[in-house]
Write a protein that binds this ligand. Structure first.
Ligand SMILES: [Zn+2]
Length: 251
């Protein structure tokens, strides 16, 4: 019997252009099977949305706009702007959630602006959950979120979805806004779903008592150049946008 997932995984890994990859993923979207993290990273790679230092000091590393050095880089929007990829990745995350938590009842799936809103919507559909909703940026309070368009009925379950987590800050802000903006206590599920989990140090077993379910998990640090282990070993720091081909070794 043919192992369909493996065949699709092979096609994904062998795709050399974005157009080829979109066609493969479009077909793979009908499968409802889990793919390897390597396959998912291949999508990020072909979208020029991912780079990770391999530990070899001869290879350059990234200098962020903050002036900090880093060993990795993700830009989810460059992947999620393709609806086929967003569908596919949402389905992968939904499968991981169902694998871990079975048929748990999920009433609300809530994302945060901007890329997280459309992704959470796709995850909601993939999970067969009831309602997809979102918090908004609070332009009057720095780094705060708002919930003021609807009410979550008492007892209904809430799942938070993010496209990318570096620290707990956005997660906490979203949770705080949902609590503040509703008249009843909120029944948050004991886990959160995220496409890319990239904290400075792994493992992170939970945020605020909620377990992390992620499709991609990588330890990515950012540090002052004076404390950068890669600079000390002779690796050159480059700005990723202007030097993408040097970082990724793509010609
Ligand atoms: Zn450095």
């Amino acid at each position: 019997m043919t192992n369909f997932v493996t065949d699709y995984e092979k096609e994904i890994m062998e795709s050399s252009s974005l157009e080829d990859l979109l066609l493969v993923v479009k077909r793979a979207n009908t499968l409802c099977k889990m793919f390897s993290e390597e396959c998912i990273l291949k999508i990020f790679d072909l979208c020029d949305a991912y780079w990770m230092h391999n530990g070899n000091p001869k290879k350059p590393h990234a200098m962020l706009t903050s002036g900090y050095c880093s060993n990795g880089f993700f830009n989810c929007l460059e992947v999620l702007k393709y609806s086929q990829f967003s569908n596919f990745l949402a389905q992968q995350l939904a499968l991981l959630i169902r694998k871990e938590f079975g048929n748990i009842s999920i009433d609300w799936v809530i994302g945060s602006p901007m890329a997280g809103i459309t992704f959470a919507h796709d995850v909601c559909r993939a999970l067969g959950a009831k309602i997809s909703f979102f918090t908004e940026k609070d332009y009057t309070r720095s780094k705060k979120m708002l919930w003021n368009r609807t009410v979550i009925p008492e007892g209904e379950t809430v799942l938070q979805i993010e496209e990318l987590i570096t620290t707990a800050q956005t997660l906490d802000n979203v949770q705080e806004a949902i609590i503040e903006g509703n008249p009843h206590p909120i029944n948050f599920l004991p886990f959160i779903g995220v496409l890319v989990h990239r904290p400075a140090k792994l493992p992170v077993p939970e945020y605020n008592g909620r377990k992390v379910i992620s499709a991609i998990e990588k330890e990515i640090w950012a540090t002052n150049p004076e404390d950068c282990a890669l600079c000390k070993q002779g690796s050159t720091p480059y700005r990723p946008k202007q030097n993408w081909s040097k970082l990724t070794s793509k010609q």
